[in-house]
Every structure is written in structure tokens, then in C-alpha cells.
Design a binder for this molecule. Structure first.
Ligand code: NAI
Ligand code: NA
Length: 395
């Protein structure tokens, strides 16, 4: 079939297998040039199909010859209906990994559930024995609690007072003011239940009791801080409370892993266009200005550049360069004073008329379409493509 993008607000309902494949191959090429000394060998990535998680899987596999199990929640294709992009990404990754002699298998389902945890542990036992790295890169709007069956929904709201500022609709380029009413105590509780650290801890507990964590095991989860501009709606909002909880969980996990000399880390990553971040108000305008400034300064990175640097310059380097709160910072270039001063200056000038010049709306839009395999360089979109793609290592 011929597959075209079908967008609804900040999501795209279709995905292109060839474009997704090309994105994955480009990431593999990038990492192959940058091998990791003493890197991971047996890796589980939760949230492995898109964004930072996919980049983590590719970095471990192609930077360090790691065997990888990817867990994710993606929609398979049906006749005439393309799969979700993470499905095609995983198919492309595992096809290439198998060609290159790398172990790569995957599990598609709700990682919050006990069933998926059990299935994953069984697979580790059968095939790998144990793992030395778990990357926790899940981003989800909902979670069903495995013990109580309660269903939580996360929300992106400020706390305490209404937040009002500009955002951009990147499809139309229109800059307009939005107001978001503050979240309730329940909103905070629900968002922490979905995006906080409880499920990360549950994974570790389950893996540890099953005896499938190696000596010197490491685990890393991803967080975000960002500038004062987005603070009220992000870091000091409901999602920020979840990130506080995630960060606190890292210390608890490290304590629980003492006997195997294990370590849990949080890495604070850069703001990037992913399916998760496109849904956050104000962030698209911030990202379009940030991209412009970082590209001009020659320090722009995408997911693969970020994660390759995380592994090579922090996680598997001599010095992790932890901040005062014990976190890894690969948002260091985003947060540079000169970069932030320029973004703040541009923020004050941003209107529908000025944004095409002062911001990188084109870059934002291209990255957005690329997430779904569209507008990827070198792909012929007029060519008939088979939507019924299998993931070769899918269990
Ligand atoms: P993403 O939307 O690209 O990836 C989410 C992944 O989680 C996908 O693999 C998806 O299949 C999987 N997933 C979702 N629900 C699932 C479920 N119930 N069971 C199993 N898998 C499930 O998101 P992104 O942006 O890569 O986010 C990953 C982490 O990085 C999040 O914790 C996010 O807060 C963090 N982060 C994101 C930043 C950004 O700007 N995008 C910046 C800094 C941190
Ligand atoms: Na991810």
C-alpha cells in the first residue's frame, strides 16, 4: 500500500515501515562509529521501541555487542492498516541485529503488568541467564496497578495556580496563549502512580528475586528538568512530582542491590521531540527555540547522540559527573547559561509572525514526522510498501 501521514493534533495515526527502518539504520550507523569500552553485554530495555529507549537498545547492541531484550507496547499491523511506529522500529532493529549475529528478542504488552514481568524473566532465564543493564524508558499516559487493578491516568498540570503562557501549534505555526488550571491532589497522586518510580522498583524486585541480575548490575531511568520557562507546567507540575519520585526511587533501588554491588541511576536528558513530549503544552514552543539556538551553537543532539554520550561519557566512563542530587546530567548542553539566555530572549519575541525566523519550526515538524517514518531522507514514499511486517524476535 501507499502510506501517508494522517495527523490528529499532536499524534499521527499512520506510520511508514521503510521510513522507520531508515531511521533505525541511521542510528545504528552512528553508534557503530563510537564503540563503548567495557560496555553492557546483556541488556533489558523497557520502552525499547521509540525515543530514548530505542536509542538505548541500539547503543547497547551496536556500541557494545550486547544481547538485548526489548519490552514495549505497540500496535501490530493489520491488512490495510499500518502498525504503530515502534512496531516497525523494532522489526527493523531485530532484522538488522540478527543479520549482524546479535541476540535480539522482544516482548509486546503492558510492562506494568505481572504477566509481562514474568514472561520477560522466563525469557532471560532461558536465553541469557542474567542481565547486567536494565534501561527503564517507559512513557505512558495510563497504568493499571498490578496488585489493586486500579487504573491511573497521568496529567500535565501545574500545581497551586493556573499557568498561562504561549505555546505553538506546529502544524499551523500559530503561537497562542494557553491557560492550564492547577491539578488536584488526586491528579498528583495519579501522575506519580503512572510516571513515578514504583513500577521501576517492581521490575527490579521481580528480577532480583528471580536471581537474574548479574554482579555489578546497573539500571538507569530517564528524567527531565528543563528551564524556568517550563517549570510551572513541567518540573514543578504534576509530572515533576512523578520525576521527583522516580529520582528518589533510584536511591532505594541502589540500597536494595548492595549485595550484588548494583547501582541505580537517573539520567536527566535533553528536551527532544518524541511521541511523549509532543503532548506536553508549551514544550513544543520551547523546543523549537531551543533547537534553533543549539543548532547555531553546534551542540544540537537527537536521541541517539544523547544516549551514545550517556553510555560513552557517563555510564561506562571513569566519572559519572553526578550533580548535587546524585543524577547524571546529559542535559548539560541544553542547560548551558548562554544557551538558556538566548532561548529566554527569543521566547519574549515569539509570535506567529516571528517564529518562522527566530525558531526552528521546520526542525520540529521534520522530527515529528520522522517519529512516524515520514519525511525521512532517501525514502521513496510513492513506492508500494508492505504494511504487514513481522518483528523477527517477538515472543
Ligand atoms: P516515547 O513515547 O518515545 O517512548 C515510550 C516507550 O514506552 C515506547 O517504547 C512505548 O512502547 C513504551 N510503552 C508505553 N507504555 C507502555 C506499557 N504500558 N508497557 C510497555 N511499554 C510501554 O518516550 P520518550 O520521550 O523516549 O520517553 C522515555 C523516558 O524519557 C520518559 O521517562 C520521559 O519522561 C523521559 N524523557 C523524555 C524527554 C523528551 O524530551 N522526550 C526528555 C527527558 C526525559
Ligand atoms: Na523510549
Amino acid at each position: 500500500m501507499i502510506i501517508e501521514p494522517k495527523t490528529r493534533g499532536f499524534i499521527c495515526l499512520t506510520a511508514h515501515p521503510t521510513g522507520c527502518e531508515q531511521n533505525v539504520l541511521n542510528q545504528i550507523e552512528y553508534v557503530k562509529q563510537r564503540p563503548i569500552k567495557n560496555g553492557p553485554k546483556k541488556v533489558l530495555v523497557i520502552g525499547a521501541s521509540t525515543g530514548f529507549g530505542l536509542a538505548s537498545r541500539i547503543t547497547a547492541a551496536y556500541g557494545s555487542n550486547a544481547a538485548s531484550i526489548g519490552a514495549f507496547f505497540e500496535k501490530p499491523p493489520s491488512e490495510g492498516r499500518p502498525a504503530s511506529p515502534g512496531w516497525y522500529n523494532s522489526a527493523a532493529f531485530e532484522t538488522q541485529a540478527h543479520k549482524d549475529g546479535l541476540y535480539a528478542k522482544s516482548i509486546n504488552g503492558d510492562a506494568f503488568s505481572n504477566e509481562i514481568k514474568k514472561q520477560t524473566i522466563d525469557l532471560i532465564k532461558a536465553d541469557l541467564g542474567d542481565i547486567d543493564l536494565l534501561v527503564y524508558s517507559l512513557a505512558s499516559p495510563v497504568r493499571t496497578h498490578p496488585e489493586t487493578g486500579e487504573r491511573f491516568k497521568s496529567v500535565l498540570k501545574p500545581i497551586g495556580q493556573t499557568f498561562t503562557d504561549n505555546t505553538v501549534d506546529f502544524h499551523t505555526g500559530e503561537v497562542k496563549e494557553i491557560s492550564i488550571a492547577p491539578g488536584t491532589e488526586d491528579d498528583i497522586k495519579n501522575t506519580v502512580a503512572v510516571m513515578g518510580g514504583e513500577d521501576w522498583q517492581m521490575w527490579i524486585d521481580a528480577l532480583k528475586s528471580a536471581g537474574v541480575l548479574s554482579e555489578d548490575f546497573k539500571t538507569v531511568a530517564y528524567s527531565y528538568i528543563g528551564p524556568s520557562l517550563t517549570e510551572a507546567v513541567y518540573r514543578k507540575g504534576t509530572i515533576g512530582r512523578a520525576k521527583d519520585h522516580l529520582e528518589a526511587t533510584a536511591f532505594k533501588i541502589t540500597d536494595a542491590l548492595k549485595d550484588i554491588n548494583g547501582q541505580a541511576y537517573v539520567s536527566v536528558n535533553k528536551a527532544l521531540v518524541t511521541q511523549a513530549s509532543s503532548a506536553i503544552p508549551v514544550i513544543p514552543l520551547y523546543i523549537s527555540l531551543l533547537y534553533k539556538v543549539m543548532k547555531e551553537e553546534g551542540v544540537h543532539e537527537g536521541c541517539i547522540e544523547q544516549i551514545e554520550r550517556l553510555f560513552n561519557a557517563r555510564l561506562y566512563a571513569e566519572n559519572l559527573e553526578l550533580d548535587d542530587a546524585g543524577r547524571i546530567r546529559i542535559d548539560d548542553w541544553e542547560m548551558r547559561d548562554d544557551i538558556q539566555a538566548k532561548v529566554l530572549e527569543l521566547w519574549k519575541q515569539a509570535t506567529t509572525e516571528t517564529l518562522p525566523n527566530i525558531g526552528d519550526l521546520k526542525g520540529y515538524e521534520t522530527d515529528f514526522y520522522n517519529l512516524f517514518g515520514f519525511k525521512v531522507d532517501g525514502v521513496d514514499y510513492d513506492k508500494d510498501v508492505n504494511e504487514m511486517v513481522d518483528i523477527p524476535g517477538l515472543q
